[in-house]
Design a protein around this ligand. Structure first.
Ligand code: FES
Ligand code: FE2
Length: 352
């Protein structure tokens, strides 16, 4: 990273693709923390930019542009030597800060000051690797209950959606598709829930709904019928969350207990470009007895693949933030407000 006051050098490859400052200055997930081992370079793509992710021997994660300043070769085709990234073309070696420390064709010379790779802000949090390609305007959004040991955490995905990232988020914060897209699990096809009016407000952490009540014949990995009360929360344009409060119920959706369990889902979208994205999810639940984590993952795989199948059919692929292009019913209030929120933020990339 550049010292304060120093001009940030932008890689030439950044002239293509997303120029949206709101997205460039936000944090994005590009992988699960445990998939990156020291000694290997991993390619990634975000907002039409090619990146590398690598972990040094001290355990620190790095995300750089996949570009060698010398002649533009891809560093992802290179290798790691003594905690340095080695470019595959002329063998320049870059240290953890991105500085070139050795040019093999002139091994006795100190590399030029400008011989630096393009490192970005990178952090690990909640089992994910996050990157900001610009200057972060805010911290990584908080994950409710992450630090609470009463909640088991289960990561799932990645789910590759051949679809727009905001469409993926909007689907995640939508309750009226459950009986159809998740028939038999999150709803009943021939007896769809009537959704009572609910509210949405803009809060400090984003956009938040009041509780939305639905019946779920198999609402979680325990396999019991549930009444679920969803609270949706869009933290960022591409990070959302819901908490569902659940009560065991009979087959007709009548609660059989006053006790509520909590099931949170933290939903992240890596926008590869405006029509492709990767969804990564982490659930946090305090259901007792705790279900087998694999059962939680298996259920998430079913649900998010069902979502993927329908979201991939939506046209136009880029989400219209001008409300007149699609129809908005009161039951879609969260999605409608989400689009208005994107618009008010001045988001220009991936929308129409
Ligand atoms: S292009 Fe990387 S060392 Fe020449
Ligand atoms: Fe869904």
């Amino acid at each position: 990273m550049n010292a304060p006051g120093e001009m940030k050098v932008i890689p030439i490859t950044a002239l293509d693709g997303c120029q949206d400052p709101v997205l460039l200055n936000d944090w994005h997930v590009v992988g699960y923390a445990d998939e990156f081992q020291a000694g290997t370079i991993y390619p990634a793509r975000l907002l039409e930019r090619d990146l590398i992710v690598w972990r040094d021997e001290s355990g620190q994660i790095h995300v750089w542009e996949d570009l060698c300043i010398h002649r533009g070769a891809r560093l992802s085709k290179g290798w790691i030597k003594n905690d340095h990234v080695v470019c595959p073309y002329h063998g320049w070696e870059y240290d953890c800060s991105g500085k070139c420390t050795r040019m093999p064709a002139a091994p006795d010379e100190k590399p030029m000051k400008k011989a630096v790779a393009f490192p970005y802000h990178a952090e690990e949090r909640f089992g994910f690797v996050w990157v900001c390609l610009g200057e972060p305007q805010a911290d990584i959004p908080a994950f409710p209950d992450w630090d609470n040991s009463d909640f088991m955490k289960v990561h799932s995905g990645p789910y590759v959606y051949n679809a727009n990232g905001y469409r993926a988020i909007e689907n995640f914060i939508d309750a009226s598709h459950f009986p159809f897209v998740h028939a038999g699990l999150n709803g009943v096809k021939d007896n769809a829930d009537r959704l009572d009016p609910y509210g949405v407000e803009e809060v400090e952490t984003g956009l938040k709904s009041s509780e939305v009540r639905v019946f779920q014949p198999v609402g979680d990995a325990t396999g019991h019928p549930l009444v679920a009360y969803y609270t949706y929360h869009a933290f960022r344009p591409l990070v959302a969350y819901f908490r569902k409060r659940t009560q065991r119920s009979d087959e007709n959706g009548q609660p059989i207990t006053d006790h509520s369990d909590l099931f949170g889902t933290f939903f992240t979208v890596q926008m590869i470009d405006d029509k492709h994205c990767i969804v990564r999810v982490c659930a946090a639940l305090n259901v007792q007895p705790a279900p087998d984590p694999q059962a939680v993952r298996d259920r998430a795989d079913i649900i998010f693949n069902q979502d993927k199948d329908i979201v991939e059919t939506q046209r136009p692929e880029r989400i219209p933030t001008e409300l007149r292009y699609e129809l908005h019913h009161r039951t879609d209030l969260m999605g409608q407000r989400y689009r208005m929120w994107l618009r008010n933020k001045g988001i220009s990339y991936g929308v129409i």
